[in-house]
Write a protein that binds this ligand. Structure first.
Ligand code: BDP
Length: 637
C-alpha cells in the first residue's frame, strides 16, 4: 500500500514537473537552439562581434569545426557558407557579415540542414522604428511598455539594470539573426528631451550594447528641439543660431556615439512642429539637419507622411505627392524620403503609394508597420508578409535604399503580445535582407524554429498564416474599403464615424462615402483624380471601373450597390460574401488549432486558442456592424 502511494506521489510529481518544464512563455522567440557545446571555432580576428559569433557557434552548432574568415572580396554585409562533412567555413568582408553568416548557419541547422550558400542583403538600411516614448509607453504598441527602461539606464556609470540588459541582449540577438542593422529608438512624435544631455548619455549606453550586434542607433527628433529646450527663441531652419545649435548638438552626439546613424523626422504632420511653422519648406528643414550630420556620415530620414497643412481640402491620399514632388532634387544628398507603403495609413489593404513613382532624384525608403495598428493589434493572428510582398510587386526593391519597420516589440514576456505576432518581426527582418523570399518560405522557417518541425503542423499553420491577411481584409474592409475604424484606437468598426470637431480625414464617412445609391471614394479623373499620380499601366487600370482590380474597387470608385461584378453578382452581394468568408475563415482557424493541440506546449497553445476566440468574436462584430450600416444606407429612401 505504502509503495503504491509512493509510486502515485512520484508519478504526480513527474507529471507536474514535465508540464512545468514544457511550459513555454514564448520569450525565446525563434532562437531556441539546443545546447550542444561541441564546435571548435577559429577566427584570425578578435572583437566583441566575433566573440558573439564564436559563442553562438560553440554552444549551439552541431558541426565539429567552423572557421570564420574575413574575405574582402565579398560584398559589405554579405557572407558565404561552405560546408563539408562535419566542418564549415564562413566568409565575409566584415565582422558583422560573419555574425550574419553564423546565424544563417544556425537557421539552416534548424530548418533545411546545413548547406553551401552565398547571400547579401538587398537594402543597406534595415531598420526598426520604435515608437517608444520617454515615459515608457509606446505609441501604437500592443505588447507592453518600452524595452528601454530609461530610469534603469545610467548614463554616468554607463550601466543598465540586469533586467534591461538581458532583454536588450536578446533583442539584439534576434535582430542580428535577421540582419536588421539599425534601430530608431524613439517615437516619431518625438520629445525634445530626447536630445538633452541626460538622455543622450543613456542612449550612448544602449548604443554600446547594440554595436557588437551590428545595430546602429538612430533617433527621432522634434524639429523644435532647440527652442523647446530653451536654447534659442526660434526653430527656424534658416536662422544661424538654430543651425549652429543643431551642428553642436550633432557633434555632441557623435562624441558620445561615434557610429550614430542619424535622424528620423516627422515634421508638420499631425501637429508636430516643422519648417512650415516659419514658412520654410521641408527641403530647407531637412537640409539644415543633413548638413550638420554630413561631416559624420549621418543621414536624415524625412517622412513624407504629411497631410492637412498646405493642402487642406485635397484628397488625403494625394497630399504627399503634391507636397514633395516639387521638392524632388532639392534635398541634400544624405536625405532620404521615408514613405509608408500605402498613400493613406497602414490599412489592411491599400494600393501602393504613388510617391514611389513620382520622386526620381531623392533616395527613398519604405516604412512598413509591423505593429498591427489596423490589423487587429496583438489580438488577431494576421501574418503580414503577404501584404509586404504585394507592395514589392508594384515598387521594385532596387528602387529603394532602405526599409523601416514600425516595431511591435515591448516588454511583454514574449516581446510581441500575440505569439504569432513574433512572426511579423521575423518576416520583416527576413524581407529586409531578401525581399525575394516568399512569404510561405518565411512562415515555414519561423514555424519550424518557433514551434516544431513536424510536417503536418508546419504545412497547416503556414497555410493558415498565408491566408490570414486576406481573411482580415475580408472581415474588416473588403473590396477596397478603408479607414472605417473606431475613432483613434483603430481596433473595432465604426462605419458611421463622424466628429465635426476633428479633421474630416480622420472620419470613416469621408472614406466610404456610402449613400442610397452606392459606396466608395471616386478617385478617378471624374473624382479626386488620385489615379493621375500613378504610372501606367496602373493609372489607366485604376481609372477604369471595368478594369480596376476588384480588391481596390471602392478605393478608386464610387460604385452602385447593384453594380454587377465579374462573377455576375451585385456589389452588395459580393460585399456580404466577403464579410461572410472572412468570418468563416477565422472559425476554421480554431478547428485547425484544435487539431495541432498535441504538437504545441500547453501555455502557448492555450494563449493562442483564447486569442482566436477573441478574433472570431471581433470578426463577427466587424461583419455585423458593417453590413447593418451599409444595408441601411442602401435602403434609404
Ligand atoms: C498613424 C498613427 C499615429 C502615428 C502616425 C504616424 O495612428 O499614432 O503617429 O500614424 O505615422 O498610423 O506618424
Amino acid at each position: 500500500m505504502n509503495k503504491t502511494i509512493r509510486f502515485l506521489f512520484l508519478l504526480a510529481f513527474a507529471l507536474t514537473y514535465c508540464s512545468i518544464s514544457r511550459a513555454e512563455d514564448g520569450s525565446d522567440l525563434w532562437l531556441r537552439y539546443n545546447l550542444v557545446n561541441k564546435t571548435q571555432v577559429s577566427c584570425e580576428v578578435n572583437s566583441s562581434t566575433i566573440d558573439i559569433a564564436k559563442r553562438e557557434l560553440e554552444q549551439f552548432c552541431s558541426l565539429d569545426r567552423v572557421e570564420l574568415i574575413i574575405d574582402k572580396r565579398l560584398p559589405n554585409d554579405g557572407f558565404r557558407i561552405k560546408a563539408e562533412n562535419e566542418a564549415a567555413e564562413i566568409r565575409a568582408s566584415r565582422e558583422t557579415g560573419l555574425l550574419y553568416g553564423t546565424y544563417a548557419l544556425l537557421r539552416q541547422q534548424e530548418t533545411t540542414g546545413v548547406r553551401n550558400m552565398k547571400s547579401a542583403p538587398r537594402f543597406s538600411l534595415r531598420l526598426l522604428n520604435h515608437w517608444d516614448n520617454l515615459n515608457g509607453s509606446i505609441e501604437r504598441g500592443y505588447a507592453g511598455k518600452s524595452l528601454w527602461k530609461w530610469e534603469e539606464i545610467d548614463g554616468h556609470t554607463k550601466k543598465m539594470s540586469e533586467g534591461v540588459e538581458r532583454r536588450v541582449t536578446q533583442y539584439c540577438q534576434a535582430n542580428a539573426s535577421l540582419g536588421i542593422n539599425g534601430s530608431v529608438l524613439n517615437n516619431v512624435n518625438a520629445s525634445p528631451k530626447m536630445l538633452s544631455n541626460e538622455y543622450l548619455a543613456k542612449v550612448a549606453v544602449l548604443a554600446d550594447a547594440m554595436r557588437p550586434y551590428g545595430i546602429r542607433t538612430f533617433l527621432s527628433i522634434n524639429f523644435a528641439s532647440p527652442k523647446a529646450l530653451g536654447d534659442t527663441d526660434t526653430a527656424d531652419p534658416l536662422d544661424p543660431k538654430v543651425r549652429q545649435w543643431w551642428k553642436e548638438k550633432v557633434d555632441e552626439i557623435y562624441r558620445k556615439i561615434p557610429d550614430f546613424g542619424g535622424f528620423l523626422v516627422k515634421a508638420n504632420s499631425e501637429g508636430q512642429p516643422g519648417p512650415g511653422d516659419y514658412k520654410r519648406t521641408h527641403a530647407e528643414g531637412a537640409n539644415m539637419l543633413a548638413e550638420a550630420l554630413e561631416a559624420h556620415g549621418g543621414i536624415v530620414m524625412w517622412r513624407s507622411f504629411v497631410y492637412g497643412a498646405n493642402h487642406k481640402g485635397e484628397d488625403r491620399v494625394k497630399q504627399a505627392v503634391s507636397e514633395f514632388k516639387p521638392m524632388d532634387g532639392l534635398f541634400h544628398k544624405n536625405v532620404i524620403l521615408q514613405s509608408k507603403n500605402g498613400p493613406l495609413d497602414f490599412q489592411p489593404r491599400e494600393p501602393y503609394a504613388p510617391i514611389f513613382d513620382n520622386i526620381k532624384r531623392t533616395p527613398q525608403m519604405v516604412e512598413l508597420q509591423i505593429t498591427q495598428e489596423y490589423l487587429g493589434q496583438s489580438k488577431h493572428l494576421v501574418y503580414l508578409a503577404p501584404m509586404w510582398k504585394e507592395f514589392f510587386c508594384f515598387v521594385r526593391p532596387d528602387r529603394l535604399c532602405g526599409i523601416a519597420g514600425v516595431a511591435n516589440i515591448g516588454d511583454d514576456t514574449n516581446y510581441c503580445g500575440h505569439p504569432f505576432s513574433q512572426a511579423n518581426w521575423y518576416a520583416f527582418g527576413r524581407l529586409s535582407w531578401d525581399p525575394s523570399l516568399s512569404s510561405e518560405e518565411i512562415s515555414k522557417e519561423w514555424l519550424m524554429q518557433t514551434f516544431t518541425k513536424e510536417e503536418h503542423f508546419v504545412a497547416s499553420l503556414s497555410r493558415l498564416m498565408e491566408g490570414s491577411r486576406e481573411d482580415c481584409v475580408d472581415y474588416m474592409m473588403p473590396l477596397g474599403l478603408h479607414h472605417i475604424f473606431k475613432f483613434d484606437h483603430h481596433y473595432g468598426p465604426e462605419p458611421d464615424g463622424f466628429k465635426a470637431e476633428y479633421p474630416i480625414e480622420w472620419c470613416p464617412v469621408y472614406y466610404h462615402k456610402a449613400d442610397a445609391q452606392g459606396v466608395g471614394f471616386e478617385r478617378t479623373e471624374k473624382g479626386s483624380d488620385a489615379v493621375a499620380q500613378y504610372r501606367n499601366p496602373y493609372r489607366k487600370r485604376y481609372n477604369s471601373l471595368r478594369k480596376c482590380p476588384e480588391e481596390y474597387l471602392l478605393w478608386f470608385h464610387h460604385v452602385d450597390w447593384d453594380y454587377r461584378m465579374r462573377n455576375g453578382k451585385t456589389l452588395w452581394e459580393n460585399l456580404v460574401a466577403h464579410y461572410d468568408r472572412g468570418v468563416r475563415q477565422v472559425k476554421d482557424y480554431r478547428d485547425i488549432w484544435q487539431q495541432v493541440k498535441n504538437q504545441v506546449d500547453t501555455q502557448r497553445w492555450q494563449e493562442v486558442d483564447q486569442l482566436l476566440e477573441v478574433q472570431y468574436d471581433n470578426a463577427q462584430e466587424w461583419r455585423d456592424v458593417c453590413l447593418e450600416y451599409f444595408g441601411k444606407m442602401r435602403q434609404q429612401p
